[in-house]
Write a protein that binds this ligand. Structure first.
Ligand code: FAD
Ligand code: EPU
Length: 347
């Protein structure tokens, strides 16, 4: 068979950062997007579901996975148009995100540095419009190349149609429709650095850098992240397990009047605010909590961790308890960020 390789009853333990040993009924490593139409025909004949898996850094497997799990392995990066001040760069879905940032910075192309060290693939970056330290991927994405399962054809989706928002996009709203095969980014050669996120300037001055360049920012952010977040290679996790909730401004003000330390940020409109889920969880008493091998990280209250042999169901059970207690204490619903496979978060 050309373009893809199939395996049966394959363990996904090494393919998700929670390191849950779920099994895929069929795993398809896809080397070429031209193979997707044939692969979907194959899946249709078996009448099983199909899902796409990147590096598994934003997924919780609560069960084994029936049907076909697709992993895209295409990994080319090319400058497709260079206008001097800006360049349009196309990266295949299988490229590692942090490697991609290194590739762009090495060619003097700026903008992605604040998102250094976010795990995962380029193909997944538009799904939740990844972001960190004041910058989101959607700010630089021009076009997303997809295989549209509805029309069974390749399609180019422009930035305006992508509906990028905080941890959200068109793609996330319909996870079963699009396979993202490549992403095009418009990257500038000159741009003011974004240093306002708490701790970034301090980290740079601690490194002895007075006039930072983008590579220094990438290094500073990598250092902060390494300190703040548990390393999935050592302790299974998927980064923030909950999104920061966006709530009505009036409710945020009322909470702030009761809890003046609660961090809050602009929301998606004037009458909303985004508040810190980590603060809510820590102040509901969960930071460092452990039940068997499922826990809440000691260094960051937003990170659910697998100390070794927690099952997806146990981690999900703990996450539900945390969300319930945050609601009971603060009246705020917190929602999971990762995709949960084989169960629904809301019972
Ligand atoms: P996966 O986890 O494999 O998949 C995530 C979702 O995307 C799933 O729904 C999957 O079906 C879908 N998907 C993946 N690839 C494709 C594709 N090619 N086509 C269609 N659908 C696809 N995220 C942030 O935004 N900011 C952070 O600062 C951040 N920090 C993190 C820190 C740690 C330690 C960890 C473990 C995770 C962190 N994350 C962060 C979350 C995660 O890194 C991102 O969501 C990342 O984009 C996931 O990439 P992935 O390839 O692992 O996707
Ligand atoms: N805080 C606590 N307790 C903690 C940790 C943090 O109270 O245990 C409070 C502190 O006041 C801190 C504030 O929360 O100032 C914000 O913390 P942090 O800077 O770590 O950011 P975050 O809101 O917890 C978000 C993203 C991260 C991203 C960072 C940096 C979400 C859900 N998470 O975390 O993304 O790396 O900002 O931009 O938006 C991810 O999505 O997986 C992820 C790691």
């Amino acid at each position: 068979m050309s373009g893809y390789q199939l395996g049966e009853n394959v363990s996904l333990a090494g393919r998700n950062t929670f390191r849950i040993p779920a099994r895929a009924e069929i795993l398809a490593d896809v080397k070429n997007s031209d193979a997707l139409a044939e692969l979907f025909d194959f899946a249709m004949l078996r009448s099983g579901p199909v899902m796409v898996l990147g590096e598994g850094s934003n997924i919780l497997f609560a069960a084994d996975v029936p049907g076909v799990v697709i992993c895209l392995t295409m990994s080319e990066i090319n400058i497709i148009r260079d206008e001097g001040d800006v360049a349009l760069v196309r990266a295949d879905a299988g490229v590692n995100w942090n490697d991609f940032i290194g590739w762009t910075l090495g060619r003097g192309l700026l903008g992605l540095e604040n998102m250094s060290l976010i795990p995962g693939t380029v193909g997944a970056c538009p799904i939740q419009n990844i972001g960190a330290y004041g910058v989101e991927a959607g700010e630089f994405i021009e076009t997303v190349e997809v295989f549209d399962r509805q029309s069974q054809r390749m399609k180019r989706i422009g930035k305006a149609e992508c509906e990028f928002a905080y941890r959200d996009s068109l793609f996330k709203q319909d996870l079963n429709r699009y396979v993202i095969c490549a992403v095009e980014f418009l990257l500038p050669r000159h741009r003011e650095l974004k240093l306002d996120y708490a701790g970034v300037r301090e980290e740079l001055s601690g490194m002895g850098i007075e006039n930072p360049r983008a590579v220094h920012v990438a290094e500073a952010i990598s250092r902060i992240r390494t300190r703040k977040l548990p390393n999935p290679a050592i302790l299974g996790n998927a980064g923030s397990f909950f999104k920061n909730p966006i709530i009505p401004a009036a409710q945020a003000e009322q909470l702030k009047s009761q809890y003046d330390q609660l961090p809050s940020y602009p929301g998606d409109s004037d009458d909303t605010r985004k508040i810190s889920a980590a603060w809510l969880i820590e102040n509901a008493g969960w930071k460092g909590f452990r039940d068997g091998d499922a826990g809440i990280a000691e260094q960051h209250a937003l990170v659910l961790v697998n100390y070794g042999n927690a099952t997806g169901q146990q981690l999900l059970g703990l996450a539900r308890r945390v969300a319930k207690s945050v609601y009971e204490k603060f009246g705020v619903h917190i929602e999971p960020e990762p995709r949960i496979i084989g169960a629904s978060f809301f019972e």
